[in-house]
Design a protein around this ligand. Structure first.
Ligand code: ADP
Ligand code: ZN
Length: 215
């Protein structure tokens, strides 16, 4: 099963993806996680992407498309995948169509996660992320704290606030979302695989996907 998760930063794409991975055994492909790993590793991709990310702007489409076309061809994607944070522009969505055509794949569910803006801002400012790039587990100091403050439950590394989770960068990320990514909702709206789910909790999205794909 191939799934696209859409939604603003903080809409809960990562949380929903984690549940879907557990349920269907398919990998979460987060372009944000891939880029952060590349930045930490000092890889050429990371060097090119870092400045945009810190400012809360999008990385140029060409960079993203290159890593995604390769990623979708890895063995672990054969049984399906969850796209989290890609596509993020209509240009990326057009290119994804072509890539999927070349790979003879199709999308089964496009899920738009809806959350009020005040909730999003609260979530993003209270979010903590595991600093271990191989882990990147996500916590929330109010709703999902790690067992020991500042320490990841899964791997024991320190949990930190991301560079782009300052108030200014958050405001920029939301503006970028409204301008560049929200138009994807119109792009996909008439697709039979498109569904919208309220995302104060992850369950409605999971249920909506299940009713759509009938499993
Ligand atoms: P969030 O969805 O919480 O904003 P992500 O972890 O998905 O965060 O992305 C972090 C940053 O990585 C984005 O602000 C952007 O700079 C970059 N990025 C991630 N995915 C894409 C993409 N598909 N296209 C362009 N830039 C991206
Ligand atoms: Zn961790």
């Amino acid at each position: 099963m191939n799934i696209i998760l859409l939604g603003a930063p903080g809409a809960g794409k990562g949380t929903v993806a984690e549940l879907l991975t557990a349920r269907y055994g398919i990998p979460q492909i987060s372009t944000g996680d891939m880029l952060r790993s590349a930045v930490k590793a000092g890889a050429p991709l990371g060097k090119k992407a870092e400045g945009y990310m810190k400012r809360g702007e999008l990385v140029p489409d060409a960079l993203i498309l290159e890593i995604m076309e390769a990623r979708l061809q890895s063995d672990d994607c054969r049984g399906g995948f969850i796209l989290d944070g890609f596509p993020r522009t209509t240009g990326q969505a057009e290119s994804l169509k072509k890539i999927l055509g070349r790979l003879d794949m199709k999308i089964d569910a496009i899920v738009n996660l809806e959350v009020p803006e005040d909730v999003i801002i609260r979530r993003l400012t209270s979010r903590r992320t595991c600093s271990n790039t191989g882990c990147q587990a996500i916590y929330n100091i109010f709703t999902k704290p790690s067992k020991k403050e500042g320490v990841c439950d899964k791997c024991g590394s320190p949990t930190v606030q991301r560079d782009d989770e300052t108030e200014e960068a958050i405001r920029q990320r939301l503006a970028t979302y409204a301008e560049k990514t929200a138009p994807l909702i119109e792009f996909y709206r008439n697709d039979p695989a498109f569904i919208t789910a309220p995302s104060l909790k992850p369950e409605p999205a999971i249920d909506a996907i299940e009713s759509l794909v009938g499993r």
